[in-house]
Design a binder for this molecule. Structure first.
Ligand code: NAP
Length: 291
């Protein structure tokens, strides 16, 4: 079994991005600029946004954080989105989800200019991804594809099962795996799938994006399969200072004993998700997707 080291791969990619930014700036271009809108004080969202800002600093991007309290109105938030859409200095921006219940996330996502939608959630970017046009691909599936490429994992003609069909992970992941550059034969599974164990056990590449710790057991994995664990559930732990640790969707020890490659949690998909946002911001700054 070979461990897919997402942390190291992400570090390598960050170095590549930083070198490119240095070259751009030396040639007279401005630094790529990522803005993030954060509403409220949810612990998880605070942490994710803090990481995104730290990542920007590491690669030489400019970053801006725009904060609103929980009681911001949808209208106020949409006005800020519109302002960022028209701010020539901002190359790309994200609105950290989830938003408070009184605000329509879909409305906010659709208000973002697709040219600055570096999360890749706008229906224009999703649609362009589906038909294979240049677009901002959502970060987690993009990070997973990059890991498969960098580990030279054969995907052509392979049977791939994606467990989970969310708009941010499972569904885009399944589309990417079926595209001509990747050429896997894809099955998407979800909570209504019949005989999930048998289906997973036939997969050459198994991608778990469920959100239930250790859901994928050894008997659900074929000998020699490639297993990608997207799950990150915070569970109580007396082994960490914070009192919590992250658990993946895969029962690591029993699955690792059978598979050819596996991503750990933490240190697998998570760091690649972070780096994919940087890649999209760089593409936005270079106007490589849209002019
Ligand atoms: P989500 O929106 O809750 O979707 C979960 C999916 O799993 C749904 O499609 C659901 O099916 C399916 N599912 C739930 N129970 C199932 C069961 N018993 N059998 C088969 N399928 C089942 O979650 P998400 O946003 O995609 O995230 C999934 C996990 O990945 C979470 O742990 C999340 O924290 C993690 N995540 C990690 C990263 C990262 O960077 N590492 C990024 C994003 C998400 P239905 O559609 O039928 O309900």
């Amino acid at each position: 079994m070979k461990l897919i080291d997402g942390k190291q791969t992400a570090t390598d990619i960050k170095k590549e991005i930083a070198a490119e930014v240095r070259e751009m700036v030396a040639a007279g271009a401005k630094k790529p600029h990522l803005a993030a809108i954060l509403v409220g004080h949810d612990g998880g969202s605070e942490t994710y946004v803090a990481f995104k800002i730290k990542d920007c600093e590491e690669v030489g991007f400019k970053s801006s954080l725009i904060r609103f309290e929980d009681d911001v109105t949808e209208e106020q938030l949409l006005a800020k989105v519109n302002e960022l859409n028209n701010d020539a200095d901002v190359d790309g921006f994200i609105v950290q989800l989830p938003l408070p219940k009184h605000i329509s996330e879909q409305k906010v996502i659709e208000a973002i200019d697709p040219k600055k939608d570096v999360d890749g959630f706008h229906p224009i970017n999703v649609g362009r991804m589906v038909i294979g046009l240049p677009c901002f691909v959502s970060a987690t599936p993009d990070g997973i594809v990059e890991l498969l490429k960098r580990y030279n994992i054969e995907t052509s003609g392979k049977d791939c099962v994606v467990v989970g069909r969310s708009n941010i992970v499972g569904r885009p992941m399944s589309v990417l795996m079926s595209q001509k550059a990747i050429n896997a034969t894809v099955t998407v599974a979800h909570s209504r799938t019949k005989d999930l164990e048998a289906l997973c056990a036939k997969a050459d590449i198994l991608i778990a994006a469920i959100g239930i710790p250790e859901f994928i057991k050894g008997n659900m994995v074929k000998e020699g399969a490639v297993v990608i664990d997207v799950g990150t559930t915070r569970v109580k732990s007396d082994q960490t200072k914070s009192g919590f640790k992250l658990k993946g969707d895969v029962a690591f020890d029993e699955v690792a004993a059978k598979c050819s490659y596996i991503t750990p949690v933490p240190g697998g998909v998570g760091p690649m998700t972070r780096v994919a946002l940087l890649k999209n911001t760089l593409l936005a700054a270079k106007k490589e997707i849209y002019n």
